[in-house]
Design a protein around this ligand. Structure first.
Ligand SMILES: *Cc1c(COP(=O)(O)O)cnc(C)c1O
Length: 359
């Protein structure tokens, strides 16, 4: 496709022709043996990637479906929402719209979540749930998941919901070791699949809590997922084509090897970081908290980001992100997640050099 625009935005990301081909596998019935075989094929590999013995659920929704669903399933008293960017800020709003008592633990965008602040909030005894975004895609900050999980786990009656939408399969995440109650991710970020599929896991403590909550609805009811998963099925008709794509991507991921995959993301992220420094730009995220899946670049040189985007698109057929929400134009973001290689990231940086020279 000569007019194809290559995506280097932090989601959706570029999808390989082989993935599209896998998705064109003929349709099957979602109550058929064929579907059971498909789910059984992906399930143990998803458990391994998440580091859990708990069932992994396939939700035909974007990540927000499960983010909202977690609140509906788990919040009986009050939820503490760790807010430090577009996605995490929105979670507190979603909680209120679901009729839940919610409080924002608000940070300026770009500032990492401090586990000590969560500790102080939970010590009040007001909260029974915490929402936490591991990798804040809007700011390029990777928050300290291990430390946050350790703090929340001090409180037996508080559940931790963790969004790993843009970090899953980029860095190792071990749900059972960490003690995360709900871990969720989406298809269109590092898994390099089309949008429309969310993946999540639920702890025993979270199932117990949710069993006592009445207004959890149907579509995202954790117990519906559990009942159906026991038969290797989903509550309603899932996006089977995307699950074929997932099966293909898991083949690719396990052929590469998980450790190699993490190392590749790290290496490509470092290539971008070197470019940032060599060109006199700065990082929006502080040192030690930078995402491995994307880079949010501070526009300290005050370039015309919209003009850069246009040059990249017109001359190089690359779609670039021009910053999100309140930091649009004062930042721009480069994604290195998914199927990217040294060659594709090299091409991206090359095209950036050429475009910047023309600004
Ligand atoms: C992209 C993203 C989401 C939103 O995902 P949808 O698939 O649009 O629902 C949520 N959280 C993070 C961290 C994201 O990067």
């Amino acid at each position: 496709m000569s007019d194809h625009i290559r995506l280097h935005i932090p989601g959706p990301v570029e999808i390989s022709p082989a993935t599209y081909e896998a998705m064109a596998t003929p349709m099957i019935g979602h109550r058929s043996k064929d579907f059971v075989a498909l789910y059984d094929d992906v399930h143990p590999r998803l458990q391994e990637m998440m580091g859990t013995k708990q069932p992994v659920f396939l939700s035909t929704s974007s990540a927000w479906g499960v983010m909202e669903g977690s609140l509906r399933n788990l919040v009986a008293k009050k939820v503490l929402c760790c807010c430090s960017g577009a996605f995490s800020d929105k979670w507190v709003d979603v909680a209120k719209r679901c009729g839940k008592e919610a409080e924002a633990l608000q940070y300026d965008w770009g500032v990492p979540i401090d586990p000590a602040d969560i500790d102080a909030k939970l010590a009040t005894g007001e909260f029974d749930t915490v929402t936490f975004i591991h990798n804040e895609t809007s700011t390029g900050v990777m928050n300290p998941l291990e430390e946050v999980a350790a703090v929340v786990n001090k409180y037996d009656d508080v559940l931790l919901v963790t969004d790993t939408v843009s970090s899953f399969s980029v860095v190792p995440i071990n749900v059972d070791e960490l003690g995360v109650d709900v871990l969720l991710t989406g298809s269109q970020k590092a898994l390099a699949l089309p949008p429309g599929l969310a993946l999540f896991t639920v702890s025993e403590a979270a199932f117990e809590r949710s069993a006592g909550i009445e207004d959890r609805g149907y579509y995202f009811d954790f117990h519906e997922f559990k009942k159906n998963q026991e038969k290797s099925m989903t509550p309603s008709t899932p996006c089977i084509s995307t699950i074929y794509g997932l099966r293909h991507q898991l083949d690719v991921i396990f052929e590469e090897g998980l450790q190699n995959r993490y190392a590749r993301h790290n290496k490509l992220n470092n290539m971008v970081a070197e470019w940032v420094e060599a060109n006199g730009f700065e990082f929006f995220a502080p040192e030690g908290f930078r995402s491995k899946s994307l880079t949010c670049i501070k526009n300290n040189k005050e370039i015309d980001v919209a003009a850069l985007q246009k040059l990249m698109r017109d001359d190089h057929k690359i779609q670039l992100d021009g910053g999100y929400g309140q930091i649009k134009g004062t930042t721009f973001r480069l994604s290195n997640m998914g199927d990217e290689t040294e060659e594709t990231i090299g091409n991206l940086l090359d095209a950036l050099d050429k475009s910047l020279a023309r600004l």
